[in-house]
Write a protein that binds this ligand. Sequence first.
Ligand code: F6R
Length: 636
Amino acid sequence: MCGIVAYIGKKNAKDLLIDGLRSLEYRGYDSSGIAVLHNSKIELVKSAGKIARLEEKILSLKAPALVTNSVSSNFNSHVAEKINLALETSTCGIGHTRWATHGIANDTNAHPHQDTEANIALVHNGIIKNYLSLKQELEAEGIQFRTETDTEVITHLFAKQRAGKADLDALRAVMNRLEGSYAVVILVKDQNKLLVAKNQSPLVIGIGEEENYVASDSSTVLQYTNKVLKLKDQQLAEITETKIILEDLYGNEAKIEVHHLVQNTSIQEKGPYKHFLVKEIHEQPAVTSLMLDQCLANATKPITGFEQLDVDFKQINRIVFVACGSAYHAALIGKYLIELWARVPVDVEVASEYASKQVIVGANDLVVGISQSGETADTLAAINNAKNAGAQIMAITNKSDSAIYDLTSPNNYVTPAGIEVSVASTKAFVSQVLALYFLTIKIAEDRTEIDLTEIKQGLRSLPLIIDQVIERAEDYKKQFIKYSNYRDFLFLSRGINYPIALEGALKLKELSYIHATGYPSGEMKHGPIAILDQSVPVLTIAIDGKSKFEHSLYEKTLSNAEEARARKSPSLVIACDDNQDVTGLFDEVIRIPNIDQFLSPIIATIPLQFLAYYIAEELGKDVDQPRNLAKSVTVE
Ligand code: F6R
């Protein structure tokens, strides 16, 4: 995880680094720091907390009076003046925003890190698996470690290797000692250049006119240049204002392949909304509408949007979805749909587990990774594992400029959800679920004679219904905030809405820090029921259906909810407007417009997004950046 950024050129480095860090904050926001080169010395500022705290600390260097006590810097006035001068004038520097893996989030563990002599400063994204043995080795040589990070071993190893070697050779020697993932940028005291190295963590160089940028992702550099060099694993480079020397681990010069990317200068704004989360909830009608226009413009015609795929669905014997978190919940819905309508067996695997399994797959198995960011390390590793074992691979992702997209091309479907800023997924999750309806239809159309016109027509009505649900937000708020002070929640449902129970619980957990768990309704009596009493609300998703099968699922779900009520649990239900059998059975009936059970997961999700949001707001939590999380999880 973590985001790294660096600049060398003629502009003020500090301003560019801070801008870059802000755009990378989705990768972690436990602490941040920058280091700049000035008069052949490295000056450094870092701070626990979000980038705003780092900015306050930087401000405190020149205007101590403007700064709150909580951020008051520890610098004496002479040192402050020196650092401030460096920050105001330097044109070369590195920056880092951290998601803590080794060591708590404090000022000391914040990057950049330095060697004992302060000759270099270094930022790192990734995990050095063998850092303990390297640390022991370095400590035995008398080096004293100052932090609890795995990163610090890289700084000392590099400082040691520099003796008598050219910098790229020294860096190569360090890379040969490291096991694990890393994207590293190094600043060297008396040299106007940046050194970078990459293995399994993303790193790009943005090539400008007499200036170069480095960042964890291309969108960070795209505001300055559209010429981007994506480093490959085990590559290293030396970068000056005008030159890039790119090499591989064997000392060979590597080819510089410049991608001309589409420049995206759109700055994400909250508009009239208090939080990005609410903004993104409100974008769901537009996102689903766009997807339907792209793929299902006409319900009587075959689905479109999958033409580029190099997969013959008639030959596929089994599909395996690999994903994490909300994307995993979307995959569970995909399993339900594909098995129901396309009649292909589907497994759904937690990506982090699948990544290190001896998987049994063959050429007729299709392993599909689902990932909003397209950078999730676990999902990437799971897809790679399947690929190496001989499976066909595919991805559903929200980012075409991503590692998962590159790995699976041309077998990918890109959801047009747009940038999702809020850490908790809302519109991206809904777009993943809709993409899985589309994929199901595609497979069913290729393999079966089943007529899905009615389903397609139903899907076309989704944007309007989502809009109607969103219009009820104020009513939901009144219903939900009464439940803000409970410490545990249970979410139940069956069949196609069981994954929505999981998703509702995850949203509540991550936004409000209330413990919440989702269960299949029928499973509750096999253990979880023991925790129920008046202190544990149970929320049931109970959507009736037209067919006998759907209705029986609904009836069983209600009967499980009754079992919870009998244990005195406060009871909430998500039910359709016309469904009167729930009245009187539950303490709180959360109404959604009438919808067929098979189309209900997306609609039932929306009130649960509001539930988590309103409770988090009521409890004063950080809605868009909940503690301990990051938007893109790039470590395994
Ligand atoms: C939950 C959430 C996470 C992500 C998970 C996978 O709101 O956002 O659970 O769904 O980290 O991320 P992607 O989809 O980027 O692979």
